[in-house]
Design a protein around this ligand. Structure first.
Ligand code: NI
Length: 210
């Protein structure tokens, strides 16, 4: 786009729309409505699939994008904001995140082979939940900011600095790739036991990291 048209507000808004359409074409979008029959089942606390270290993805191709789309369908159906491949029994380093599942036009984030490049020195406490441990919400302490490098759904290298809920969500999902669950990080024993018991989960399936 050249400079004299971009000065015109109408042309500018058209360009913005076109860019947005291009972005959504270049990212993985599936309808954000819950499905009656999601394509994959989500494993729950106690299932061994949740406790493996996931393998790196060597080639980002259509099968990886298909998996990411199916994971998104599962995540939207379960009303979650993040899902890791091991949660659907696939031991690959793939995460999907969408903090804005109410917003149909907002593309999700797909992270392949993600690595924490840097974590902020300050910590914060945040109540977490997990689609693999439904109904349990407990406080976890983590760095409040992180910088993460990864490949996107087209294999392009990306690096983002995250804070707030996104930083929290990325760290929670990254843990899944190491077979770590948020309950492993909960320090309040009493609330942990109570929360698990109320939802019918067994304490013995928590692997304390302390
Ligand atoms: Ni989780």
């Amino acid at each position: 786009m050249n400079s004299d048209v971009s000065g015109d507000p109408l042309a500018r808004s058209f360009a913005q729309l076109a860019r947005k359409a291009d972005q959504s074409f270049r990212s993985l979008m599936v309808p954000k409505q819950p499905l009656e029959k999601p394509p994959l089942a989500i494993h729950q606390l106690g299932d061994r699939e949740l406790r493996h270290a996931a393998r790196r993805i060597s080639k980002v191709d259509e099968s990886i994008r298909d998996l990411a789309r199916d994971m998104l369908r599962c995540m939207y159906t379960a009303r979650g904001i993040g899902l890791a491949a091991p949660q659907v029994g696939v031991q690959k380093q793939l995460l999907v995140i969408d903090l804005d599942f109410e917003e149909a036009a907002n593309p999700p984030i797909v992270l392949i082979n993600p690595e924490i490049a840097a974590a902020g020195a300050s910590l914060n406490t945040y109540e977490e939940g997990c689609l693999s441990i439904p109904g349990v919400y407990l406080d976890v302490v983590r760095p409040s900011t992180v910088e993460v490098s990864f490949r996107d759904e087209y294999g392009r290298p990306r690096r983002i600095k995250a804070d707030g809920l996104l930083a929290r969500c990325i760290q929670h999902e990254l843990d899944h790739l190491q077979g770590v669950l948020f309950v492993d990080r909960v320090t309040d024993e009493l609330s942990l036991n109570e929360g698990l018991q109320q939802q019918g989960f067994e304490r013995q399936h928590v692997q304390s990291l302390r």
